[in-house]
Design a protein around this ligand. Structure first.
Ligand code: 0GY
Length: 291
């Protein structure tokens, strides 16, 4: 049963005014259940509304996108069955990011690779997961290296300073979810966001998802306070940014985002066709579809 305070995704998102370039990738989204087929994990911190692969693919088409990168969310723990099922249905139109246990075998990883998985996610957000020792993450990083996978990390801005040595120890590409979750009340010049920018300047292996204005805004459903953060990253690091809807928007409390309106933020953060092409097509294709 869905949590009583859980907000289901928008039933009827608008058609965006922005027309995405041909081949655009939604590089951060999830599938949830359906629970009768793919049960949620017993240790999950929330129980969402089911959000099926077909609903995701319908949204992709409605928004004028071509492909998805589906990210394993914490409510499914390390059971990637719903993700793999969605990837197998989508074929070349989707890639995946899994969450794995350190005991996973090479054979299991290779099977995931065949299904379209191209990386693992390390989640440091305390409300979502129990903490995992760094050595465990490092052993997973070693295991995935031969496959050429990358690592997606999810943390909040106050935790970055402590994480930097760990991130610099990883020798694969690293993708940071949701811009490292800055507190937008602080503004772009605050030391927390500047610390993140400096990390990207210092470490060229780090990429970023310019995502989640709906989570970060203080003025929902107006996302203009988040635009300067997204635009700064797109302009400073045009070849290392990704964009995604974050559908079906787990754990939203303030409002139910309209996915069409989220797409309409894109031309405000990537203000030229060249930047839009990199953000939506060239960068995700290079990272997820290059082989
Ligand atoms: C997101 C954001 C959230 C949830 C998860 O793994 C998850 O459950 O990432 C969140 O609650 O901020 O990327 O979907």
């Amino acid at each position: 049963m869905m949590d009583p305070d859980y907000l289901p995704f928008h039933a009827n998102p608008s058609k965006p005014e922005f027309k995405a370039p041909a081949g655009a990738v939604d590089a951060h989204c999830h599938v949830f259940g359906p629970a009768d087929q793919f049960p949620y994990h017993p240790k999950r911190k929330y129980t969402p509304c089911d959000a099926s692969k077909q609903q995701l693919f319908d949204l992709r088409d409605h928004l004028g996108f071509s492909r998805n990168v589906i990210v394993q969310a914490s409510c499914h723990g390390t059971d990637n069955a719903a993700l793999i099922d969605a990837l197998e249905t989508a074929g070349e139109l989707a890639r995946g990011i899994a969450v794995v246990d350190p005991a996973i075998t090479v054979e299991e990883l290779e099977a995931m690779d065949k299904a379209g998985v191209r990386g693992v996610r390390f989640n440091f957000v305390k409300r979502l997961v129990d903490s995992t020792p760094k050595e465990v993450f490092l052993s997973i990083a070693e295991k995935i290296k031969p496959l050429g996978w990358h690592i997606v990390v999810y943390f909040e801005a106050p935790d970055l300073a402590e994480l930097i040595p760990f991130l610099n120890e990883l020798d694969t590409t690293i993708v940071v979810d949701h811009m490292g979750r800055p507190d937008v009340a602080n503004g772009v010049d605050h030391e927390d966001f500047q610390r993140f920018i400096k990390l990207m300047e210092d470490n060229e292996k780090i990429w970023v998802k310019t995502t989640c204005p709906e989570r970060l805004t203080l003025t929902p459903p107006d996302y203009s306070d988040v635009v300067p953060f997204m635009k700064t990253l797109v302009e400073k690091f045009p070849d290392r940014c990704l964009w995604g809807t974050d559908w079906p928007h787990p754990n939203m409390k303030s409002h139910t985002p309209d996915d069409g309106k989220l797409v309409d933020v894109i031309p405000q953060i990537a203000v030229t066709e060249e930047l839009q092409q990199k953000l939506l097509v060239d960068n995700p294709m290079r990272l997820y579809w290059a082989r």
